[in-house]
Design a protein around this ligand. Structure first.
Ligand SMILES: [Zn+2]
Ligand SMILES: [Zn+2]
Length: 131
């Protein structure tokens, strides 16, 4: 079966393609994800880094912990995350994928930071921090 996973930002300026399916899909409840995306948690599709290509490299922001996040400079959409300690993977916000319904989460991480009013499926593994 031919893989055709695509996605992009809200305004369409940044587009991405994945040539293989994600390794996993993770709900991250860490405070940095909350703040950078502006939502109560973020669902990330975790891909092998060389599986993802962009139409043009999105601008990046590097945090004190060296985590790199990318965004569209025109519409502000949060698109990707990677960390130098995990060189082989890149996380893409599931909401940026063209078919997010195909990618339900299979793991919760940083649940010790989960907001009290957020209900996530409990039939997937929970990790208090980064596993
Ligand atoms: Zn945009
Ligand atoms: Zn996070």
């Amino acid at each position: 079966m031919k893989i055709n996973i695509q996605g992009g930002c809200f305004c369409g300026k940044i587009r991405l393609k994945a040539k293989i399916e994600p390794i996993s899909v993770v709900n991250c409840h860490c405070d940095n994800c909350k703040r950078s995306v502006g939502s109560p948690f973020v669902t990330w599709a975790v891909f092998k880094k060389d599986a993802i290509s962009f139409n043009s490299p999105p601008p990046t922001h590097t945090a004190e912990n060296r985590a790199v996040r990318t965004f569209c400079e025109s519409c502000g959409t949060s698109i990707a995350y990677w960390h130098p300690d995990r060189k082989d993977t890149i996380d893409i916000t599931v909401g940026c994928l063209d078919k997010p319904d195909n990618y339900p989460p299979n793991k919760n991480i940083w649940t010790k930071k989960r907001l009290s009013w957020v209900q996530n499926p409990d039939d997937i593994p929970n990790h208090e921090a980064f596993p």
